[in-house]
Structures are given as C-alpha cells and as structure tokens.
Design a protein around this ligand. Sequence first.
Ligand code: HSE
Length: 430
Amino acid sequence: MKNNINIAIVGLGQVGIYLYNELNIKKKDIEKKTGKKIKIVAISAKNKDKKRKFSISKKIFYKNPLQIFKKEKIDILFECIGLSDGISKILVETALNNKINVITPNKALIAKHGDNLSKLAEKNKVNLEFEASVAGGIPILRTIKEGLATNKIYKVYGILNGTTNYILSEMEITNETFNKVLLKAQKLGYAEPGNPKLDLNGFDAFAKIRILSALSFNTRISKNKCIMEGIENIELEDIKIANQLGLRIKLLGISEIIKNKLFETVHPCLVNKNTYIGNVNGVMNAVIMEGKPIGECLLQGEGAGPGPTSSSLLSDLLSILKGNIKYPFGMSYYKRKSVKAFNNNNYKNSLYLRFEVKDRQGVLSLITNRLAKYKISVKRIIQTPDKKNKKARIVIITHKTTEINSKNCLSIFKKNKNILKFPTLIRLYN
Ligand code: HSE
C-alpha cells in the first residue's frame, strides 16, 4: 500500500461527523502507528448546510456521492449512511469494483449482502471491514477472526443493542415511560439513524447475530426464518414485577450450533439479577462466546454511540493501513458453507406469563387447566387484585416448555371474554 492514503466519508450523521473529526485530530497518531499519511479528500451527505457537531470543509463536499469515484482517486471509503440497500449498497459495490477498500458500521447492509460483498472484495483483492457493525466499540469481530481464529466456537450470545439495553435499564432506575427514555437514547446518538424501530423490534440485534454466526461458525450468512422479538411490548409493569422476582429483562441475541443445525434468535429474556449478563446495564453490550479450547470468553463495552463506533471504524482503518488483504469473514467466501436451520418449534424455555383478567370465579382455573392440558407445569404464581376495576393481574412462571407447545396453549386466550388482553410472554434465560 502506498504512503499517502486518500479517504472519502459518505454519510455525516452522528457517526460520520464524529469519525470525520477523529480522523482529522488523529492523523499524526495514525501516521506514527502505520507510517501512512491519511487525507480526507471527499465527504458527502444529504444536506451540506445542516448544523453539525463539527464543522466540515465544504470544498471537499459532494452532493452526489457517486461523483467521488469519478473526480477523486480514493483508497478507502467509509460508508456511514446505514441503509441495507439503495445508495449504501451501490456505493460499497462501486468502491469494491474500483479496488477501493471499504469500511462500514452498516450491519443492515452486511447482514443482508455481506456474502456477495465479501465475494466482490475477494475478487478485487481489497478489504471490506465492518468491525463497528456489531456491538459498537467492542472489538468482537477481530477477536473472533484473529484472537480466537483456531477455536471451534459453538455458541455466541449477549446483549447486542445499546439502545434497548439503555431503555430497559433507564426505565428500571427512573420509572420513566418508554417514550421519554427513547428520546434520551436518540439524543445520545445510540439509536439507528432515522429509524429507532430497527432497534426496538430486534432487527438491529438480529443483523448483528447473523454477522456473528457467519464469523463464529465459518458459515454463509443465514437467511433462516427465526424468532425475532423486540422490546415494544415490554411495559414498566413487567420491569417492576421482574425486579420483585429478583430478575431483570434483557434483549438477548443468541446463536448456537445444536446438533449440526444453526439456531439464531433475538428476544427479551428474564435473567437473574445476580448473573453477569443481568448486570450489563445502560448502553453497555456484552458478547459471550463458548468454544474449544477457549471455554467461555466474554467482552463487554459500549455498544452504541458515535465515540465507540468511531473507535471500531478507526481500528478497521489501522488494520488496513498496516497492510495485507484479509478475508472479510475470516476465510474465503468459497470455503464458507451453508448450514441447515434448527427447528424453532423445539426451542425450550421457562416462561413468564402476565395475564390481565376479570376478577371472576373460575378465571384462574381456566388458565391453569389450559396450561395443564398442554403439560406446562407452573413453577410460581402471583395474583394481584385490582378491586376498584374488578380486575386482577396474574403472573405465572412456568417450567420449561417448547415454543410450539406454548404457542398452541396460549392461542385460546386471544378470544376469551374474561382475559382482557393476550398475555405478555417473556422467556427466561436458562
Ligand atoms: N443502534 C445500535 C444500538 C448502535 O443501539 O446498539 C449501532 O449498532
């Protein structure tokens, strides 16, 4: 690689603009560490005149990012727009086809098109790096690709979304509403650009799980149909009840090889407050890997926000500047295999069920009889009457049951006049 490196940044949202500033202030340090002189020669965003945290040089601003390839000789492109398709995909493909290295924090793009893009990078002998796409500032991908390179990893799981972990923790501490806490998370730059839904509905964590699976198990990115649930249905009430039970709600991403099949999921979990994962709070993410011979290995750090994300983007940059073309997923696209999906119906958990019911004779037995019919055994039951409204809340913790069994069992409660709304279900983590 030559000594003077030209850089372009496309997308100047919270992450892009932070990165722009970091590159400017860390030029010297980067040169000391790599022997390369970097220069930002082009930037692009939707709005040139938007008020930003750091001022930009308008001389190098491009309204149309595709013009950059025609007008400048760039060596490294940072794609910081964040779309799974559209201009993000076009830009990355164009760059790779022009033998330009690409660095991106865009997990939606990598989870959807990572296989093809890695094939393109391999063909053009350039790097495609995406450390910042999973768990913000935690150097998890490089750890799997390099630090744990010869291990056989069979499970990887953890808290992979900073926004939702922040929301759940903050609601527990402050008793504030979901919406109020979400606004705070957005101000801190945790949520996905433009669309916090992608954090709340589990999509963001799910994209990260897809990337982690591919890297951990040396497989192609799966397209399996999986259980993906977010935190939209979690109420302050559930957080408080969990607290009383010595539990805490966490949005977990889990990926595991079970009997040579791949199981991937994202859903809220009740975990014991005295466990490690139960104490990863706020914007913190944690990723736990289980493998041989390493055993259990875990990494924790800030999972969202411009600072931690830039830290990972710069680590990608330094990795490229230090030389070598690396396979984006640790091994050649052609050597990574597809793996069959584990049947989600057989996924087993204890369940937390919260029923809001009319306080009438026979309602509790209706619920327990139904559970008994499906051989779902009750571990714990708490009924709290609301006398004024002639209602009651019934919380049941069950022993383990399969996904299909609980689905069939609970279906009846959709249309029962004594059950005021479909029960809230939260799985317990084993
Ligand atoms: N929106 C993500 C999160 C940050 O909240 O974790 C980037 O991955």
